[in-house]
Design a protein around this ligand. Structure first.
Ligand SMILES: *Cc1c(COP(=O)(O)O)cnc(C)c1O
Length: 390
């Protein structure tokens, strides 16, 4: 065991307790049973019932997003948001190279092409400075659009992603989007409860998406939501995610090829109960950050990632960043921790390196590639603090 790996495992143990510990597990300690039971007793487990509307309203209150459309997953939310934003076949969409594969897949579902762009060290999100410099060379204005000089395709949109809950540099990205006529759809799948200044992540662009997958800050089992301030956008998103059925008491009339992406009432019931717990869950996760911060203070060569200036993070996944010259130790740390019963995880492999995206356009994504080798997520469940092992 390398001495760095030994120190890291000891620090995790001092916070988490003897283990084993997974990366992230949900916490159900409120009205989850009551609402799910009510839902089953009512027989309205799928469509109908009160919970989907309530969940949407509660999300609207919490995030400040005027309109919310609940759907069956974060990926579905991204797909619908991009469709409604007008992303078309053979257009390009700028996607951070450091993200979960869903961000790129949703672009592909539209027949569009993800164009991978570099991230930065201080937010882990898209680097506005590097992207601006890149687009000045790689793109040109033609009419209303930016066009990729090399491929001749329209670059239609940018999807900033708030990595592990930490808000990306949205002011700069929004300015860049205005300058280059890019639509912004935020991938806020990881950042429910994270604020950029006073604004909730996912409410800064034309639309944003949330995920309620089992490993996220709150869960509906599986689920997602589209946030937007545009009423027409919201009603188109709802229509498209519900098979594009024209409202009628009995007739099956559909005015376009829609998707079956509705969130079932049963899942929304769980979501309503979870959302009631959200402030206290975030409180626990922010406390966990403080515990880890003291535990890792003494260790040279790794730094616990903290929220960017001007932002308030939900600290969805706690993250270690290795010094540049310690990249070789990443594997050792993952292995030693796993042997000790602690589940750690490297950041994702860069999307531009994945087989299906080998031929996609990209910048020279040096920083993302380094970050992929330097980042390690450590156990982040809220119950670590709640169970009082620290
Ligand atoms: C979880 C996640 C998604 C997709 O959410 P699902 O609900 O699992 O479909 C999309 N983007 C990012 C960055 C995510 O972490």
């Amino acid at each position: 065991m390398s001495s760095l790996a030994r120190q890291v495992v000891a620090a995790i143990k001092s916070v988490v307790g003897p283990g084993p510990a997974v990366l992230h597990e949900p916490l159900f300690r409120g009205n989850e049973w009551n609402y799910v039971k009510e839902c089953i007793d009512s027989t309205f487990v799928a469509s109908g019932g009160r919970f989907v509307t309530q969940f949407e309203n509660d999300l609207s209150c919490f995030t400040g997003s005027p309109y919310v459309v609940a759907v069956s997953s974060g990926t579905a939310a991204l797909h619908i948001a991009l469709c409604v934003a007008g992303v078309l076949k053979n257009e390009e969409v700028l996607v951070p190279d450091l993200s979960f594969v869903a961000t790129a897949n949703a672009v592909s579902y539209c027949g569009a092409i993800p164009h991978f762009v570099d991230c930065e060290e201080n937010t882990l999100g898209v680097s506005p400075a590097r992207l601006r410099r890149y687009l000045e060379k790689a793109a040109e204005k033609r009419g209303d659009y930016s066009v990729n000089r090399e491929t001749g395709r329209v670059i239609k949109a940018l999807i900033p992603m708030h990595t592990f809950g930490h808000p990306a540099a949205m002011d700069e990205l929004l300015q860049l989007a205005r300058d280059c006529n890019l639509i912004i759809v935020e991938d806020a799948a990881e950042s429910l409860g994270s604020f950029y200044g006073k604004r909730h992540t996912g409410t800064l662009g034309l639309a944003g998406v949330l995920s309620f997958n089992g490993n996220k800050t709150i869960t509906t089992g599986g689920g997602g939501a589209i946030l937007t301030g545009d009423k027409k956008f919201a009603s188109m998103a709802r229509h498209l995610s519900q098979t594009a059925k024209v409202p009628h008491p009995w007739n099956y009339q559909h005015d376009q090829i829609g998707f079956n992406y509705r969130l079932p009432n049963l899942n929304a019931a769980l979501g309503c109960a979870q959302l009631e717990q959200l402030p206290s869950l975030i409180d626990l996760k922010r406390k966990l950050f403080q515990h880890y911060k003291s535990a890792f203070e003494e260790i040279q060569s790794v730094k616990l990632f903290s929220e960017p200036l001007g932002a308030r993070s939900n600290y969805w996944l706690q993250t270690l960043m290795l010094e540049e010259d310690k990249i070789a130790e990443q594997e050792d740390i993952l292995q030693d921790a796993s042997r000790a019963g602690y589940m750690l995880r490297p950041a994702w492999q860069c999307l531009s390196d994945l087989e299906p995206y080998r031929d996609s356009p990209r910048m020279a994504n040096m920083i993302s590639k380094r970050l992929a080798s330097r980042l390690i997520n450590i156990p982040s469940s809220p119950q670590i603090v709640r169970n009082g092992s620290t």
